[in-house]
Design a protein around this ligand. Structure first.
Ligand code: BGC
Length: 591
């Protein structure tokens, strides 16, 4: 990749993400109603060192300072979530004016600083009053979410264009409703979790409809599931296929997968494999339900953190590969390998063929303030650089990625782990509430300012692996040589645009893909014609030419002779060899 162009496409969005409960604090101020998290953190033995989000980053009172920091970094878009119960203290019904005022002030401050607000409607802090009525298990829950969306759209859509409905159903259902580690701390059976999940998906559909029909500014709408993606442990095609299969798979008993959640949204149906694996635990979904969930949306958000390596096992199925001791890990012990930002988007785009936005990507490290007063988080800096180089490679290969949001803007309340894990570009001292831009913030600042060009200086010495699309195109040609395919056929097979495939192929091999196809066909023909008894029609068919006349024309153009003339050389050579053999048998001294 040495010397490669690392600039991102025009219009690519550079952002950072947070969520309400993780940063706002002011948990019971100005009329805010309680959320399940406000109650959960007060339970005994649930939280790391008993820590809570009651104050968190005190962003509710310090948002102007935080927006100024975003502006200093040069962030162009800020994704934050609304606290549902700050706006509707009971989840439905009466609107809390102070809550609206807070978000209005935040949005205005962002716009004043040239930062585009991206609203996430739900990032896990479910209104406690609605939880008491059954929460996501209540069949009315999609309507409650619709009502809340309507209020948000009414108040904010005159200035906000970007909307994300729901963040990571796998997270709040998996950790909060199935495993009990997160609020509301339930350990429901699979059937109930999937029912709550179905209601969540219906809520998403209703919310999209309300935004689309009522937003004052033309909305761009997405959703933001956890992307459970896998990467190949080597560049072999077998391992690539194994990683794809693992990314699309549904795992028995658990909710952590991509397709159960994202197939309904983009393809309008639960995946067959999931229905088979979850069996009678699957929700009873009507056609009308699936239609509602399948509202057209503008992008798929990808929350990508660690992407686990897999290889193809002996029986052809994917198996996870242990991390090598020298591979860096985060404080969560997640791998800091950055190739996931190539493979995750590649596989997700292949399946859904929709624009992607990386809504969350980041790592937790043991950051501390150095003796010089700075925070030298070189691990995060390298992680961001590596991830963005991988993402750039995916874009080069035709994956439609529209933006990148770093998780997180600042260190914050990491759910049941309290303040143990730091994910921020901005260091937060939770005692004094002082903020310090970490070294990684300056790296990100430079990347944003140069629209990715500054990444180029980190590409020296990096051997670029053969791009996946190039390898797969070559494999396709070899395996299907007798078929009349062309560039478009291969692009369709790879789920990418023919122009971007051609561009990438040329860039990497120096030859255009159509020329390469012709050359492979001709090489195959030349090899066959070495057999003097081979019929020219058979060669033309076998090598995928449309007919013998076309074959002859292409052959003559490239080789300066017809296939027949080419073949005759070998016939003549064979005759000469036969003659020589006879001569040799007559005179043993002739070599
Ligand atoms: C969640 C964040 C969380 C991050 C790190 C994401 O899945 O959306 O809220 O802080 O993971 O654990």
């Amino acid at each position: 990749m040495s010397g490669a162009d690392t600039k991102f496409p025009d219009g690519f969005t550079w952002g950072a993400s947070t969520s309400a409960y993780q940063i706002e604090g002011a948990w019971n101020e100005d009329g805010k109603g309680p959320s399940v998290w406000d109650l959960f953190v007060q339970e005994e033995d649930k939280m790391w060192r008993g820590q809570t989000g009651k104050i968190a980053c005190d962003h509710y009172h310090r948002f102007k300072e935080d927006v100024a920091l975003m502006a200093q970094i040069g962030i162009k878009a800020y994704r934050f979530s609304l606290s549902w119960s700050r706006i509707l203290p009971k989840g439905t019904g009466k609107v809390n004016k102070a809550g609206i005022r807070f978000y209005n002030a935040l949005i205005d401050e962002l716009l004043k600083n040239g930062i585009e607000p991206w609203i996430t409607l739900f990032h896990w802090d479910y209104p406690y009053e609605l939880y008491l009525q059954g929460g996501w298990l209540n069949p009315k829950s999609p309507e409650w979410f619709e009502e809340y969306t309507r209020v948000a759209v009414e108040h904010f859509s005159d200035r906000v264009r970007y909307w994300v409905t729901i963040n990571e159903p796998q997270g709040f259902l998996g950790l909060g409703h199935s495993e009990g580690y997160h609020a509301p701390g339930l350990k429901l059976c699979l059937r109930e979790c999937l029912l709550a999940g179905h209601n969540t998906l219906l809520a998403h559909g209703r919310s999209v409809r309300v935004i689309r029909d009522n937003a004052k500014l033309e909305p761009t709408i997405g959703w933001s599931p956890a992307s459970s993606a896998y990467r190949p442990s080597t560049n072999s095609l077998n391992d690539i296929n194994a990683a794809r299969e693992a990314t699309y798979a549904i795992y028995p008993g658990g909710l952590w997968n991509t397709c159960w959640w994202t197939d309904p949204v983009f393809l309008g149906a639960y995946p067959d494999e999931g229905l088979k694996i979850y069996g009678k635990d699957s929700p009873q979904a009507t056609k009308a339900d699936m239609k509602l969930i399948n509202q057209p949306i503008d992008f798929c958000g990808c929350n990508l953190f660690q992407v686990v390596p897999v290889k193809m096992g002996a029986n052809g199925a994917p198996v996870a590969v242990e991390l090598q001791p020298e591979e860096p890990i985060s404080t969560y012990e997640w791998s800091l390998n950055t190739e996931g930002l190539y493979w995750g988007p590649t596989f997700i785009h292949e399946r859904y063929q929709t624009p992607l936005v990386i809504m969350e990507n980041g790592c937790s490290l043991l950051d501390r303030v150095g003796l010089d007063g700075a925070v030298h988080d070189s691990g995060r800096k390298d992680f961001i650089i590596g991830c963005l180089l991988s993402l750039h490679r995916a874009i080069e290969d035709g994956v439609d990625v529209r933006g990148y949001f770093h998780w997180s803007l600042m260190d914050n309340f990491e759910w049941q782990q309290g303040y143990k894990h730091r994910f921020g570009l901005v260091y937060v001292d939770f005692e004094s509430q002082d903020r310090i831009l970490k070294e990684s913030a300056f790296t990100y600042q430079e990347i944003i300012a140069t629209h990715g060009e500054s990444l180029r200086k980190y590409t020296h010495n990096q051997e670029e692996p053969v791009p996946y699309v190039v390898k797969e195109a070559q494999r396709y040609i070899e395996n299907n040589i007798s078929e009349p395919f062309n560039v478009k056929t291969i692009a369709a097979h790879l789920n990418c645009h023919p122009d971007s495939l051609s561009r990438r192929f040329k860039q990497y091999t120096g030859t255009s893909l159509s020329t390469h196809i012709r050359r492979v066909r001709l090489e195959c023909a030349r090899n066959m014609l070495r057999d003097p008894n081979m019929l020219i029609g058979v060669v033309s068919d076998y090598c995928g030419f449309s007919d013998r006349i076309h074959f002859t024309k292409v052959f003559r153009k490239e080789m300066g002779m017809t296939p027949g003339q080419f073949q005759r050389q070998f016939r003549a050579r064979e005759d000469a060899e036969e003659k020589a053999a006879v001569e040799i048998s007559k005179n043993p001294r002739v070599k």
